[in-house]
Design a protein around this ligand. Sequence first.
Ligand SMILES: *Cc1c(COP(=O)(O)O)cnc(C)c1O
Length: 388
Amino acid sequence: MELTNRELEMAERIRNIKQLSGSHSPGILSILKQVPEIALKVDACYLSNPYATDIFLSYFSRELIETGRIRDVVEFYPSQNRVIAGYLAKAVDASPETVFVSNGATEAIQAILQRRVPRKLLINIPTFSPYYEFAPKQTKVIYNRLNKESEFKLDSDRYIDMIRKEKPDAIVLINPNNPDGGFLSEEVILRVLEASKSVDTVILDESFVDFATLGSQPESPSMSGLCKKYRNLVLIKSLSKDFGVAGLRAGYAIMAPERVDDLLSNGFLWNVSGIAEYFFQLHLREDFKADYRQARRRYVNEVRSLHSSLRAIPQLKPYPTMANFVLTEITDGTRAADLEARLLVTHGVYVRNCSDKIGLEGEFIRIGARTSEENELVINAIRRSFNG
Ligand SMILES: *Cc1c(COP(=O)(O)O)cnc(C)c1O
């Protein structure tokens, strides 16, 4: 792929913005501010269910804006962590003393890594970077590499051997994993938990589990119930992507009560905003849940059809996914950075170039699913990018 001079010049400016944002992609808004010539059509870098955002916004305007209740939400303090945990627990089938409410799941990840001060942390790569970036400085991070040759599947025998040999005091499983979308069955997770009884903390991050579907099962295959049995299990859940509300900063973690006590004795009293609290309250309500279930089903179908459209493009190799994005290898020698630049500059489509992901060898982009119209635009833009 030969970039034009215009594409090259703008790609250079985009690269500079990226350098400033570290290992997380810069938000599209900050790119547009610096490179206003881009006519953005679809942001497929960010991973979020747009149908669910519509639902939140309709409740929000009907109940808070049109009624004027927004004033109370803004003017007064939100509830304290324990109070929100009290009612959220009902929605997530956990007991209240096991729920830690967080300002996005990232806050829970940071808090757990830093409070438990792991000596040694075992992480599968490629991964979501805060798991190694926010580990305490003295922590030794060891990596188990997931290979593209086996479609990023966890080899559980090898993994369990590694746990026995290395004796980490914390391990991280993300299910489905980001950035590859790989899924661990309940059987594999149980095997790992049984083999990890001497591991102090087993983190299971289910931020994308709502996008996973097993056969005709209508609900997401969450394994949060296992926290009751395994005292070392810490379940992390972001609500940013499945509910399409990253800007609200809403997440939670489920863990043994003494771990929640330890975190709360160190702060986190009013760590979520009033608007996030309103969103947590919606979780309990049957009307909201019914609307969300529909949005979830519709969106999961969009992900499946995005995957098959990508499979039909000869220069691409999309990997299997149970999340809401498709990790895609470029197989014709085109660099991921060049495809990213052409898509953004010439077609207004923002995808995630994965060159900075540790443990990924080759040229990869990650494409987040959007609405059906937007996905079609993305697919056409990719086809045209390869055809000159
Ligand atoms: C995005 C993400 C999170 C954090 O999301 P928040 O917006 O902080 O709730 C956590 N884990 C994984 C695997 C993610 O991809």
